[in-house]
Ligand binder design. Structure first.
Ligand SMILES: Cc1cc2nc3c(=O)[nH]c(=O)nc-3n(C[C@H](O)[C@H](O)[C@H](O)COP(=O)(O)O)c2cc1C
Length: 153
């Protein structure tokens, strides 16, 4: 059984949580994949949970054209976990973001994922506000692509 960690920050309206749930739906289409889902705005992810994951789906609202604090903390903790010898690097990942009309903050997730040597399994999904039907479809596909990448590792 492979494990995917969906770590997302959602705080204001639950928009990013909705997108995260759609990504999870895509992952769940594969019976050999189990999911951990954490809203990193309220819960800090332990290094052991990061290490257990075979891949990551990382989501955030756009805050000031950057990722929100909870996800930044996740990356900080991932770096520290790596330095402590935990196996957290070099795994497949996908990124997703909701925004109020901008969305350029997605680049910050991609940059830090690159710093952690994560491999992007598919291009990121972004949407304005809560996911509409088109964004929902893309988010489910994103989850499927991550699951496929994880199963191939
Ligand atoms: C502090 C703060 C900063 C924000 N900065 C931006 C921004 O720079 N660009 C943008 O498009 N939206 C911005 N937004 C809007 C949020 O990204 C958007 O409402 C998002 O969908 C909220 O996600 P959530 O409901 O999951 O918390 C900001 C919102 C807040 C609260």
């Amino acid at each position: 059984m492979k494990k995917i960690l969906i770590a997302y920050h959602s705080q204001e309206k639950g928009n990013t949580r909705k997108l995260a749930e759609l990504v999870a739906r895509g992952c769940k289409e594969f019976e050999d994949v189990a999911i951990d889902m954490v809203n990193v705005y309220t819960i800090r992810v332990e290094p052991e949970m990061m290490e257990r994951a075979d891949g990551y789906a990382l989501g955030s609202p756009d805050y000031f054209s950057y990722m929100a604090g909870g996800l930044k903390q996740f990356f900080d903790d991932m770096c520290l976990a790596d330095w402590a010898g935990k196996k957290v690097k070099s795994k497949p990942y996908v990124a997703f973001m909701t925004h109020g009309g901008g969305g350029s903050g997605i680049k910050s997730i991609e940059e830090l994922a690159k710093a952690m040597k994560l491999t992007q399994a598919a291009p990121p999904v972004t949407c304005k506000g809560a996911p509409d039907e088109a964004a929902a479809k893309l988010a489910v596909e994103l989850g499927k692509k991550l699951a496929q990448a994880v199963l191939a590792t």
